[in-house]
Ligand binder design. Structure first.
Ligand code: NDP
Length: 410
């Protein structure tokens, strides 16, 4: 642990910031902070467009600074916070400022690759970053982890599976780990036929059986792309080669990760599916805080089931694996194409099975993107992200006939 981190943790109340405060992770984080209000001082909160909710949260938590990404809402936010003494900012520069304000702990919970630059700005300050935004590692894993090492930042995973892995690994040397198994609920369509999947609607896809999450990650969970992203995330977080990373379908979402050691032991972390548990773990680390998360009753649950994922019906998982094998640039394009595809699905423009089809087609035409640059610095990563989106959007037009069956069947 760096000296900077040790110093950060000594102050009381701890200064904390939340990027993506109005989202599912952001609100859960703030509810835990409110339950322990005497222990925390809220520094900066951010949102994209929900200025009313941001203003409400900033007032309720006595934040020092509120930043809205979409500059069109600056006036409304400023007016809503007039007289409160809370400073207001808008646009990308304000997000970076929010990330850089001195604090001991920061939750990175912006959705998508939009979270990369602000989270990197937080990492460059050192101290502790709780990472919910998995896209940071999917789009720029090497760059991101190099920045973490360079600045002596303590990086704590918030994704439930990676928090579980972090707990079950407990600092063990990676060479003692034979396999790390991420579990997946299988989403709302776990037992649907391929034909039924073609007709699946956004409303059906948004009904996750176990987890209450934001819209984009809920769709990613239904396609299993989320689990693919998590493989990439685990590869970077724990420095494990792809061959040591596995996925198991576990419909109950009670066992979040299994770590198999070379002595034959397997350590797992269990908890009810409630994001407040991994968020609280990152907030209190290296201690544990009391929460009102529902308690596990294994006798009442009676059964825990596990199965291999079906990559025929859910090809997104294989696409993510291929991208992981292909390297950083492919992972970046995978994410960009997926963001475009999910947006098109939620807008009713393409069918459910067209999501992985569009991603696959974008990756297949990947050579065209190579000149946009792979790896390298943040600018190169963002340029590749933009080029990936542009290609996916043009394919969406061009290949409407190929991708459309998923929608037509509906
Ligand atoms: P939500 O969609 O619920 O919230 C996203 C947050 O990011 C909101 O505050 C939103 O603001 C803000 N935001 C959206 N677009 C932008 C942008 N372009 N610039 C700046 N801010 C933006 O997402 P979740 O809370 O579900 O997920 C957040 C992250 O955590 C994701 O990376 C996700 O993969 C990860 N994660 C989430 C889990 C969950 O249970 N929800 C579990 C594990 C990981 P506004 O409200 O104004 O739109």
């Amino acid at each position: 642990m760096s000296k900077a981190t040790a110093n950060c943790r000594q102050e009381s109340p701890r200064r904390v910031s939340v990027l993506g405060a109005t989202g599912s992770i952001g609100r859960n984080t703030l509810s835990l902070i409110a339950e322990n209000a005497a222990d925390y001082r809220v520094v900066a909160l951010t949102a994209n467009r929900k200025w009313q909710e941001l203003a409400r949260l900033a007032r309720a938590h006595g934040a020092e600074f509120a930043a809205i990404a979409d500059e069109r809402y600056y006036g409304e936010l400023r007016e809503a916070l007039a007289g409160s003494g809370i400073e207001v900012g808008a646009g990308q520069a304000a997000l970076i400022e929010a990330a850089k304000r001195p604090c001991a702990w920061l939750m990175a919970a912006i959705i998508g690759s939009a979270g990369l630059a602000p989270t990197l700005a937080a990492v460059s300050r050192g101290c502790t970053v709780a990472l919910a935004n998995k896209e940071c590692l999917v789009t720029a894993g090497a760059l991101f982890m190099a920045a973490v090492a360079q600045h002596g930042t303590t990086l704590l995973p918030v994704d439930s599976e990676h928090s579980a892995a972090f707990q079950a690994m407990d600092g063990s040397p990676v060479e003692t780990i034979e396999r790390l198994v991420l579990t997946a609920s299988g989403g709302p369509f776990r037992e649907w036929s391929r034909e039924a999947l073609r007709k699946a609607t956004p409303q059906q896809a948004l009904r996750h059986p176990n987890w209450d999450m934001g819209a984009k990650i809920t769709i990613d969970s239904a396609t299993l792309m989320n689990k693919g992203f998590e493989l990439i995330e685990a590869h970077h977080l724990f420095a494990l080669p792809p061959a040591k990373l596995d996925v198991l379908i576990h419909p109950q979402s009670i066992v979040h990760c299994l770590v198999a050691y070379h002595d034959g032991s397997v350590l797992a972390q269990l908890a009810m599916p409630d994001m407040r548990a991994p968020i609280a773990y990152s907030l209190a680390w290296p201690r544990r805080m009391a929460t009102s998360v529902p308690r596990l009753d294994l006798a009442a649950l009676a059964r825990l089931e596990f199965a291999e994922p079906d990559t025929e019906r859910f090809p997104a998982l294989s696409l993510a694996r291929q991208a992981l094998e292909a390297g950083e640039a492919a992972c970046n394009v995978l994410n960009a194409a997926n963001e475009v595809a999910v947006e098109a699905f939620l807008a009713g423009r393409i069918g459910f099975t067209a999501i992985p089809a569009l991603v696959e087609e974008t990756l297949a035409q990947f050579e065209r993107l190579e000149e946009a640059g792979a790896g390298g610095d943040l600018e190169a990563v963002l340029a590749l992200d933009r080029a990936g989106r542009a290609l996916a959007r043009s394919l969406l037009e061009e290949y409407d006939d190929v991708l459309r069956p998923g929608l037509a069947a509906g």
